[in-house]
Every structure is written in C-alpha cells, then in structure tokens.
Design a protein around this ligand. Sequence first.
Ligand SMILES: [Zn+2]
Length: 453
Amino acid sequence: MMRRLGRLAAAAVLACVAGPAAAWTNHTLAAWPALAALPEMKAAPAIKAETLETFLAAEAPGLEQLLQREEAWARAHVALYPARPDALAFRAGAAPAELRRRFIAALRINPNMKLKLFVQALPGASTAGEATLPWAEVTTRRRESAAQDSVFLQLREGEPVAPLEVVATATDEPDYGMDIGLWEDNGTAYGRAYGFGKQPFGNPALEFASQAPFHMGFFHEHPIVYKAAGFLQRTYPEYRIHLWQSLAVYALQTGHAYWGWRFAGWALHYIEDLTQPYHASVLPGVSVTRLLWISTLDLLGGHEARKQAIILVSNRHLALENYQYHRMRDAYVRHDESDALIRAAADLSTDAGRETLSENSVRELISRESSSLAGATDSVIALSLPAKYVSDPAYVLGETEPGVDIYRLLEQSPPAAQAAMSGMIGGLLRNFGAYTRAFVRTLLARAQASPRR
Ligand SMILES: [Zn+2]
C-alpha cells in the first residue's frame, strides 16, 4: 500500500513537470549559421517556392504510398506509438482543398496552421520594400511567442529562394502551433479525431503545454522514475522526425525542392529541441533520492517542496532560453557574427565522429548526450545567474517581470559568471550545430541515392 502511494505521489510530482515547452527560442537564429557553414548548403542554387496545394496535386498518389509505409514504420519502431486511425490515411484523387485537408489529417498536425509561403528575415537584416507577412498569419499562437518579434517575408508561388533560407525558416515552424491541441483531452475536434490519447503530462488546459510530449524525449531516466510515472515514456519526437525526414527525401527526389527543405526544417526542429538538456531530462538537477523525498513529503500533505522544485526547474529552463534568445538576437541586430554563440553553432570542428545520423541516433546519441549534460547545465545556471531568477521559488520567470532580459542582467554579474554561461550554452549550441548538419548530410545522401525521376 505504502509503495503504491509512494508511486502515486511521484507520479503527481512528475505529472506537473514540463511546463515550458519551447526549448531554443527561435531556432532560425542558430540553424542559419549552423547550415551556412556547410558548403553544399551555402552554395546551393535557388529553388522555386511552391504552395502545398501544388505539391499535393502533383504528388498525391506517391504520397499516399509513402504515408502508408511511414505509418507501418512508426507502428513497428516507435515505442508506445499511438497508431494513426485508419480513417485518417491519406488518399489521392480529390480537389486541391480536400487533398490539403486529408494531408493535414494524415500528418495529425494542427489544422489551423496556414502553411503559407514565407521566410524569416534575420534580426537586423534590411527588408525595406519587401512584402511582409504579419506574424498572426504564420503562427496560431496569440501570446508568449517570439514570432511576434520576427520579420516574415512573403513569398509568391514560383519565386526563387535560397534553400538555406527555406530550411532555416522552417526549423522554427513546429513552435508556431503545429503540435498544439492534438490530444483527446485538449478540447479540440481534431484532438478527438487524431487517436493520440490523453495528454501524457503537463496541464491539458494550457495551450502550449500540449506540444511538450512531441518536443521532448525522456529516454534516459532512472528506472524508478518510469516505474512511478510510466506516462513519461510517451514522448514522440522520433515519430515526428522520421515522418518529416521521409517527406523531405520524397520531395527532394521528385523535384519539389521547396517542400523538401521545408519538411527538412520541421525534422530539424525536434532534433535541435533534444539538444536542450531540459528537453531530454525530466528534472535536471533533481536527484532520484530528492525526487522520492519530495514525493514522500507531498504524500504527507507537504505540497510546498513539490511546487518549489517545479518552479525552480521551470525558471532555469526558461532562463537558458531567455539568455540564448536575447544574446543571439542582439548580436544579429549589431551585425556581430563573431558572437561566441553564433560561432558555436557554426563550428565545424565539432562534427568529427558525428557527420551523419542513423535511425536510432535520436534516442541513442542526441538525447543520451543531452540528458547526460542536464545536471551540469543546471548547476551552471544556478551558480551563474542572480539567485532571484533561478533559485527563488517565489519568482516565476516571465510572469513576475514580463519582458525580463537575462542576457542584459548577466552583464552586471562577475566576468566568471558571464563566461560560465557563455561557455555552457556555447557547448550546447555546438551540439545543436553538429546534429543539424549531420541531419542535412544524411538527408542529401539519401535523396541522391536513388532519385525517383
Ligand atoms: Zn519545440
């Protein structure tokens, strides 16, 4: 009985984790330099923008088969995979609007995504005279989105565009609402139809929390954690990455380079999210012993320790992303590409030994490495930033002081603290850059191996 109650208490603690679900804030800021460092990307000739409707009209029969194979792969290879209901299988042979509806349903993404043609301009880039797209046309999210600070340039069908711009833009797109509301308890009609089941963890009533199980991968926890809270095994970045990668290969092989690079960017998003240790570990900085102690207190009615632990982990998670975002954004605005974080993402010297990816790299390499860095990452944040932001449970980052800029604040701190944060985040961005490039090399090799036409 006590053991079962202990398990329930641990489950209650763990069910509340994973509040913030963003990982890197604005992936494009780091994906761009990471990919520009690849000669084959930088020199790639321009491609033509193509609407989703045109792509589907041209390729529906091939996509019908591809998505069938993809579903069979996921059922066979993704642990605890919630199978796509057969009624949602993509079928060719319909008018453009209906094909689009069927395609989005088969992918099981938020049908409110407009999926228009656009590229994100880097902060500080001159965009005078270019047609822009309001952020509300790009994202379904209405608050807490860095997209509100970004400039989106509209593309017309057939307009030439560099593959680098398409892929770097698309790396940020899965945070624009694509995976929001997909669970059956999210109060959406599509969530009830998609067959993913109930949201495994996080508050199903909070819009942004619903994307977390697709953008996090908890593959390397202590067995006690899984025993207490088996729902933590229901994270699905591998499903998303494989799906977008297969679509990218198909589109590149069939002469639809625009969609090839856009799908590639979507796959990259989830790979990059897993290089953020708070996305690959449930409670960085909290030992299993401490977790069990907090759970026991919780069981005895002392809920304070639980609430505090969750706020601290959430504040540190957000502090990392807040620092990365403000620092990189500032550097671009100043046209300072010698900034250490931009250089870290572009650092080719870290690619040695991890030039390409295999089918189990997401779980066995990327998330394993990232989760092994979780404790050290958490310590650097706790030791380098003023205690108010990362060690005081009465302070909720982003709410207590909206618009707080952790990068600017750290400029008042001792140089050693600044260097520790810069070095730690630079190290993470080296992994971000290396795996971003490894994915693209692997993709190009696969697309060139057996062109379909
Ligand atoms: Zn994400």
